[in-house]
Structure formats: C-alpha cells, structure tokens
Design a protein around this ligand. Sequence first.
Ligand code: C2O
Length: 348
Amino acid sequence: DPIAAPDLTKCGNAELSDGTVLPVDCCPPTALEIIDFKPPPFTKLRVRPVAHKVDKEYIAKYNKALSLMKALPDTDPRSFSQQADVHCAYCNSAYDQTGYPGVELQVHNSWLFYPFHRWYLYFYERILGKLIGDPTFAIPFWNWDHPDGMKMPSMFTSDTSSALYDVNRSPSHQPPYVIDLDYSPSQDAGKPAKPYKQQVDENLTTMYKQMVSGANTQSLFFGGDYRAGEPPENSPGSVESRPHIPLHIICGNENNKNGEDMGNFYSAGRDPLFYCHHGNVDRMWSLWKQLPGKKKNDITDPDWLNATFLFYDENAKLVRVKVAGCLDTKKLGYVYEQVDLPWLKKKP
Ligand code: C2O
C-alpha cells in the first residue's frame, strides 16, 4: 500500500538518526479540515531562474518576500520558522506512519524523496508569491551542475542584513570556494582546495555519473521503494546521495554540533539556501526524464503514485497532496530556466 499522509495530531518528538531527542518542537499546528489539493488556475508559467544570473530587482523581490515570511507570527503555518519545521517533522521521526504506530515516516533515502521535496518547494514558493501579491513569483535554483554555479550563490552570502543570509553556514566554504560535488567530510575536510579546473572537471564527471551512467534505471534514479508499514529505507537515488548530501554538508557549519543549519535534516530548512539547493535537485528530476534512453520516465507503481503528504498552502489551509499530482511541473504552474548541460558530454 502507499504511505499515507501523517496524522498531525499525533506529531511527536524530533530525533536525530541515532535516536537522540532534539530540544526542538517541529510539529505544525493542527487543522479541523483537510482539503484535497487541486492546482489553482494560472495564466502564466512561473519560470524558476538560475540563482547566479538574476538581477538586483529579482534579489530585492525575493528578499522582500522572505522578510514578510519571516515576519509572520511563529504560529502561522506559513511563517519561515514553520516552513523550516516542515522538513524537521517529515525527516526527524516526528511522525509515525498512519495506521502503523511505532513505524517511522521518513521522506529521504527512498522513492519519496523527489515528490516530497517538489511539493515542499511548491508551497514555499506559493506562500512567498502570495505575501508580495505576485502569483508569478518563482524561486531561484542553484545551478551547481554548471561551472558558473559551483559556489554558493552570492545573493545568499554577500549581504549579511538580507533575509536570504544565514549565519549558520560553513565559514570555510563561502565564496569563492568552489564546491566539490563529491565532498566527504572524512576525506576532504580541511584539505586545501584543488586547482579550479580540476575541481570543475571532477564535478562534471560526478554529474554525468549521477544523472547518466549511474541512473539508467528508475530505481537507480529515484531510489528504492518504500511502502506502508515498512521501516524507513536506506536506498537513496543517485542524485540524492551525491551531490545532494555533499552540498548539505558543505553548506552547514562544521563547527556546530549537528552541522546546523544545512548539515542536518532538522535544521536544514532554516537556511534560505536550502530551497535554492533543492530547486536544482528538483530540476534534475525534470531533466532526467528528457534525457535520451529507455525507461527515463516516472514510476507507475500505484504505491508510489498514491502516496500522500500534508502541507499548508498559501491561504494557510491544510491540503493533502498525492505523488501523482506533482509529476508534471507545468500542471503546478512552473518550469525551470533553460541552461546548457556541460556534464552531458562528460563521459569519464
Ligand atoms: Cu530533505 Cu536536502 O533534504
């Protein structure tokens, strides 16, 4: 059976993966009514832009929207702190699976990874658009698969007074540090940076592996299946394991106990950079389906298609969404700005 949306009235303690209870309450408010999601009508597709190429006006607009979100009271499910806690609740064992008390609900390391995060970003974007009265507002994506995007996008780092800034980031990986898409703290922490050209080359090779040679089946790309009543999987899809996880670790502050913010699930959503990073992860799903080759399409197993989640929408209404409802981003009203894919020609 498909994994069912959690029961918000039974939300419990957030825990680290080793079972340590975290001193945070990341449970959302409850609601009397749950609405089944229907995509709202739109007249113009939202185009999510490349983060390192946007202009000053765009940055000012995003900063404004996020400032308004941060100014909402913490009790409002649309506030930035509640948005961040969505990730904590779905990822740090605050929920049991509905109908299976004691069986944790986890949206990582399985085929739920792409659809959960797509929906999460969708509502984050819609709330921001609503707050500035601009339903065409689209969040930026961190184009880390392109040489020009292989550092933290400056809109998040250059102005410490911006709502896009987060103090809980790695001091050693600030721009102009060139990110290593295959970063592993045990091997790479504290090592001197590789020459620029070498790092870029290695990154493109990593992208080729994760998107092409190592992702030529659905289960390699999406991750393992995960059904109602099963304990959380440990079979992440190719891109989920790399570069998605290395980027989280690179961005979080290695001097904080749990790598906060980006370096731990419970705190990752507190960094605005999270949503930009995940924009590109989400874009990889769209791109993969367009790559040449057989079987580059969505899973057809009903246990995947009918899995459900709950989110608060831009009107603070609690809605139930299905995996099947997010397969085509155009139906959700958005697409990604097109840029070239230098890794596509990067066979090792
Ligand atoms: Cu839910 Cu990047 O993790």
